[in-house]
Design a protein around this ligand. Sequence first.
Ligand SMILES: Cc1ncc(COP(=O)(O)O)c(C=O)c1O
Length: 388
Amino acid sequence: MAFSFEKAERKGTACIKWDFQEMDYKGRSGLLPFSIADADYRTWQPILDALKARIDNGVIGYTDLNEEYFSKVRRWCHLRHDWDIESSWIVPIGGIVPGICTAIEVLTSPDAGIIVMPPVYDPFYSVVEAAGRHEVRCDLIHDENGYRIDFDAVEEAAKAGAEMLVFCSPHNPVCRVWTEEELTRLADICAKYGIYVVSDEIHWDLTLYGNKHITMGKFEKLYDKLIVCISCSKTFNVAGLETSNLIIPGEDTRSKYQSHLYSRYEFVPNTLGLEAVKAAYDGGEVWVDEELAFLTGNAEFTKNYLKEYLPKVKMADPQGTYLLWLDMTAYGKTSDELIDLIAEEGAGMNSGAHYGEGYDGFVRMNVACPREQLKAGLDCVRRALEKL
Ligand SMILES: Cc1ncc(COP(=O)(O)O)c(C=O)c1O
């Protein structure tokens, strides 16, 4: 491997995961963190070089998108996702979550039903609530074969008048990379009932074991009402730059979205964030290919560790993202109790109960870290569970 994914020293940098643990872990600090979704290894050096070069210019003033920026985003969509987009479809935003929030507010009526598929990234629930809309929960079907979309529930919800689907692909936290067949069926339902699809594909580059992500952008029948949320924030570990992109092919949808941003003067991108995006999408595939091999190695290490020492813990098939989904229900404890016990042994994880009702007893573990850190974290889980 040309890249080592060695540990970056993050402690003491006001890093959320390392430096702000007290609130999540009953006043504890100094835990090895496996929580919020960023990585503990350094990003690709050319991105850091591009940021330094920009800083060396001496001014970080207001900046706008130019053809160079558009062409790099288009390059990445084509190269990594076989999706040819137009420059005009690219709408930069700060965070994906604020982007989803705005989409709900701008595109749906005040009391609209918004379809979500629990268990899912918890801000999906809060943004729907904050916008005054109501969630229509179409829980994923979960059995011994893993997690699947409940197409009948989605169709029912769309038929009953839900106006938008907020979709997670690849899916956080259950690690699914949806198949072409599944996506086609979902797209057919959404197109049939004419609902908006906001496809959060923030993890789109992060597929493990050679799984292939297919973007919702491949379904032209959705274009009038589609927003695909993409980012290099997770892929290249630059989330703190708060620069992502929405790809909005439909003119009417895009115009509604952009008018809202303009009306609030929210259209000036982060100068350094733009530099990172350009650098990442201009050759970053060499780094990402190795990152995927490294993350697959971490998933495999975890799988083997659990098999050997903690066979009662069931891990969802890790097809994508670096957030593993661990079913610890066999121990008869709530997620909060499990998190507490694991924290007592020195590691910080996320409570599965936050991602949906019925998932108490589950834990989410971020494995985007050096292997020795991962091993130390798993040892904490082992010590905690062996006491039960
Ligand atoms: C599915 C998903 N969407 C959005 C985000 C956060 O995106 P942002 O920080 O750009 O708002 C995360 C972060 O973990 C995520 O997992």
